[in-house]
Design a protein around this ligand. Structure first.
Ligand code: PSU
Ligand code: MN
Length: 309
């Protein structure tokens, strides 16, 4: 029933049927996270990075109400050029109405986790997850709840400092989500390689992550896993350089009364405006790097499963 709703690209359907590694990618970063043409260039570079590490990329979105698992180059360009008002930023709550209205929708971390899971894809690479908003402790991204109940492993660079990081970690703890640090002990802060907050466990290789995800699967636990990967050192923007820009943007958003689903995209574009190209470069570099690491983890997991069976 559900599977009939999904339109899976043949290359991805074949890979899944043959137990080859596949990595899901989200589309809100394309429609609401980055401007044209950086968005399409980055989306393609991320897909290429997944391929280079031996996995098949599956970018997820809704086009005319169809659930697309994998986009062709034409689909990607179509989504990347859509004015953000013509495409719904879809979290869990938005999926039914966009399907029913035959609308266009980009998927957030929460919605991408759901659709990847329905398609049988276990690993998903993105930039940053949503979290608890600073000064608005009831504005908690549905991403955090989704991580508590959908078994997708999300590979990202932590969360942006636009968020309340300690409270975001508290919610993840309550939701039972392991926060793993890929070759790091402290939680990465998107543009910056580390924060003052410790991850639950440091992991140094894709194999180590595969073992943890496999053990969780064997236990029958249905929650997700968060793997946090620091931005490559050459492209890092030190916290001191970006912090005042982030603080300004958060204050302005408050003054303008920006709320709900609009706040994350608003802050992202304001920070891009207020900062030099450096922040954009970090953003692109970490997305590509996360695609590469996710491809390695998905491959390691498949090898482990083959070995155990
Ligand atoms: N953080 C970023 N870039 C992004 C997002 C978050 O640095 O593009 C997007 C992701 O798709 C994430 C969503 O799932 O914003 C969270 O939005 P909200 O806070 O409204 O749940
Ligand atoms: Mn919110």
């Amino acid at each position: 029933m559900t599977l009939n709703l999904l339109k899976v690209l043949p290359e991805i359907a074949d890979a899944l049927a043959e137990n080859r590694p596949v990595v899901a990618l989200e589309s809100t970063v394309i429609t609401h996270g980055l401007p044209w043409p950086t968005n399409i260039e980055t989306a393609k570079a991320m897909e290429a990075a997944v391929r280079e590490s031996g996995s098949v990329p599956a970018t997820i979105a809704l086009i005319n109400g169809e659930l697309r698992i994998g986009l062709t180059d034409d689909d990607l360009e179509f989504m990347a050029k859509l004015p953000s008002d013509d495409v719904r930023k879809c979290s869990r709550r938005d999926l039914p109405s966009v399907i029913a209205n035959k609308g266009h929708g980009s998927t957030t971390v929460a919605a991408t986790m759901i659709l990847a899971d329905l398609a049988g894809i276990q690993f998903f690479a993105t930039g940053g997850i949503g979290g608890v908003h600073r000064g608005h402790n009831f504005d908690v991204s549905a991403d955090l709840m989704e991580l508590g109940k959908t078994p997708t492993t999300v590979i990202c660079s932590g969360a942006k400092a636009i968020l309340d990081i300690p409270n975001t970690l508290e919610v993840l703890e309550t939701q039972g989500v392991p926060v793993l640090g890929y070759q790091c002990d402290k939680l990465p802060l998107f543009y910056s390689r580390e924060s003052e907050f410790e991850v639950n466990q440091r992991v140094d290789s894709a194999n180590e992550i595969a073992e943890i995800v496999y053990a969780k699967h064997q236990l029958g636990l249905k929650n997700g896993t968060l793997v946090t990967v620091p931005v490559p050192a050459e492209e890092e923007v030190p916290a001191g350089d970006i912090q005042s820009i982030i603080d300004t943007a958060v204050k302005e958003a408050d003054n303008e009364g920006i709320k709900g689903a609009k706040i994350t995209p608003w802050l992202l574009s304001r920070i891009a405006e207020l900062s030099s190209n450096q922040s954009m470069k970090a953003n692109i570099a970490l997305l590509k790097n996360n695609g590469r690491v996710a491809g390695q983890i998905a491959s390691a997991y498949q090898e482990l499963v083959n070995l155990k069976n």
